[in-house]
Design a protein around this ligand. Structure first.
Ligand SMILES: Nc1nc2c(ncn2[C@@H]2O[C@H](COP(=O)(O)OP(=O)(O)OP(=O)(O)O)[C@@H](O)[C@H]2O)c(=O)[nH]1
Ligand code: SF4
Ligand SMILES: [Mg+2]
Length: 512
């Protein structure tokens, strides 16, 4: 991984009327011509993402948005796209053009940002064109008046001369939310000097010559917390643990290998999966565990929304379109009614679904994942993600949650959810020391058995093929950071011969 993935950067969104100088401000902040500037209003039409470093905040993404004072149909689209940016903003900057002052637009966007609980900084741009203290003071209302109207102290800057940019960076550092990254991936579950065994299957489905992002990030987090990592394939877990002088503090495995790995990891060594660690790091694990509990109550005919945060090209037995629908239908013993959403498209009418199944969301930041969880929750619908659902369906959720519950990082709802799941008897691991149970799926599909994985004799019927919407914003999200895994050796080819990308949770050997 050459640079910090976009989804792991603080997201700072810049809002303002057309021509207020938003793109110019980004150029001034980065000290480079990275954003298109023009005197023509409406130059920036879709959100544009720029990765940069602001010390000591660290890696950030600055989002240049379209001015949203537009009228007409095109204007409406821009308004929508700009609003979508709010869902993933950790910090907002509202640019006021001091030659035009504060109007309804600035008041309403600041109110909307505040409603969403996003910290906001006001910037008074184009200060080189006014002289509030001197002869031209009557040309425009003074900054403190506008600031009072917006309930913000405006930072005076000139994107043209660079005046005030240093002070603005200091404000960004002050206002950047300290908790935007959420809990560490694994660092709070280990102590310095601890040894952790990471189990990484390397099979035909593994991306050529590298590990996938969640594995790399887990390794890095262990190093950041002065722990030691031993990385092994799934067939060497027992021998590796036996060869260690001290018991490992934790073992982490790819979900699909959980069955075979759990047989090799002694019961007194805590074991979890990469997908569970990331469900906690990225979102709200407790809510997702509760969502898994609702899956046990689904009945044939229930409506299921499968939501993915990017538009990776679905290939073969894609997890969201084939595997999860097939597993769920086996679980409920009948047909379910599936809908799919990909990229930024998240249906308005969430209340009509009985459950939402979301992907791991490696392409979106924590803020957006939490926003999606909150939207689904406020529609009164349970939500689970791929990782937690797979763990539940394969009977491994309870053991996978134990290390987090023991560290007190699961939350009351999560612990309750896990308990309910094991009580339901439909999934869950046996009492201490027992053999790994079957997960209730057909044996040929049961990775918990530790048996060689096979395709089902009769391939589960896939969902009807469904064209996925693709927007400029989705393409912007799919920014080539290489997070979705490339299929097989060197990537799979589409029918058109173009190399296509697979969801990092899709490959049959890897569920994060
Ligand atoms: N004098 C002066 N001109 C500025 C300043 N900032 C921006 N401008 C000018 O204002 C015009 C609009 O700047 P942009 O940065 O393109 O504005 P924007 O808000 O991104 O505009 P849209 O993308 O159309 O919404 C350009 O002609 C800039 O050169 C400033 O601080 N001082
Ligand atoms: S690659 Fe997979 S997990 Fe990542 S955002 Fe896309 S669909 Fe979700
Ligand atoms: Mg612009």
């Amino acid at each position: 991984m050459e640079s910090t993935p976009r989804s792991n950067r603080l997201h700072i969104a810049i809002f303002g009327r057309r021509n207020a100088g938003k793109s110019s401000l980004i150029n001034a902040l980065t000290n480079q011509d990275v954003a298109l500037v023009s005197h023509v209003p409406g130059t920036t039409t879709d959100p544009v993402y720029k990765a940069m470093e602001i010390l000591p905040v660290g890696p950030v993404v600055i989002i240049d948005t379209a001015g949203i004072d537009d009228a007409g149909e095109l204007g409406e689209l821009r308004v929508q796209r700009t609003r979508q940016v709010l869902a993933r903003s950790d910090l907002a900057i509202v640019v006021v053009d001091v030659t035009r002052g504060v109007r309804d637009y600035e008041r309403s966007i600041v109110a909307e940002i505040r409603e969403r609980g996003i910290p906001v900084i006001g910037v008074a741009n184009k200060m080189d064109l006014v002289d509030f203290g001197g002869a031209r003071a009557r040309d425009a209302a003074p900054l403190d008046l506008w600031g009072a109207e917006l309930g913000l102290g405006l930072v005076p800057v000139s994107s043209r001369t660079g005046q005030g940019i240093g002070a603005l960076k200091e404000r960004i550092i002050e206002e950047a939310p300290k908790d935007w990254e959420g809990p560490p991936i694994i660092g709070d579950l280990v102590a310095p000097g601890d040894t952790v065994v990471l189990v990484v299957p390397v099979d035909i489905e593994a991306p050529k010559g590298r590990l996938i992002l969640p594995q790399v990030q887990t390794l890095r987090d262990l190093l950041d917390h002065d722990a030691r990592a031993v990385v092994v394939k799934e067939n060497a877990v027992r021998a590796t643990i036996e060869s260690l002088k001290t018991r490992p503090a934790l073992a982490v495995t790819d979900s699909q290998a959980f069955g075979t790995v759990s047989e090799q990891v002694p019961r007194d060594v805590p074991l979890t999966s990469f997908s569970i660690l990331f469900a906690r790091h990225k979102g709200d694990l407790a809510t997702l565990v509760q969502g898994a509990r609702h899956v046990a109550r689904l009945e044939p005919g229930a409506r299921v929304l499968v939501a993915e945060a990017c538009t990776h090209h679905p290939i073969g037995d894609d997890i969201g379109r084939v595997k999860i629908p097939a597993w769920l239908e086996r679980k409920v013993g009948g047909k379910l009614r599936f809908s799919w959403a990909a990229g930024t498209g998240f249906p308005e009418d969430l209340a009509s679904f009985d459950v939402v199944v979301h992907c791991g969301g490696c392409m979106i930041n924590r803020k957006e994942m939490l926003h999606r969880l909150a939207r689904v929750r406020s529609a009164g619908v349970p939500i689970v993600n791929y990782g937690v659902l797979i763990a539940y369906l394969h009977g491994i959720l309870e053991r996978a949650l134990e290390p987090l519950a023991a560290a007190g990082t699961l939350g009351a709802r999560g612990a309750a959810g896990a308990a309910d799941i094991s009580i339901s008897g439909q999934a869950g691991i046996p009492a201490q020391g027992g053999a790994q149970p079957k997960c209730g799926l057909q044996p040929s599909l049961d990775p918990c058995s530790g048996a060689k994985r096979e395709r089902p004799a009769q391939k589960a019927p896939g969902p009807p093929s469904m064209p996925l919407p693709r927007t400029a914003d989705m393409d912007a999200q799919f920014c080539g950071e290489g997070q979705p895994k490339r299929g097989g050796k060197g990537g799979k080819k589409s029918r058109a011969g173009v190399e296509v990308q697979e969801c990092c949770e899709t490959g049959s050997g890897f569920f994060m």
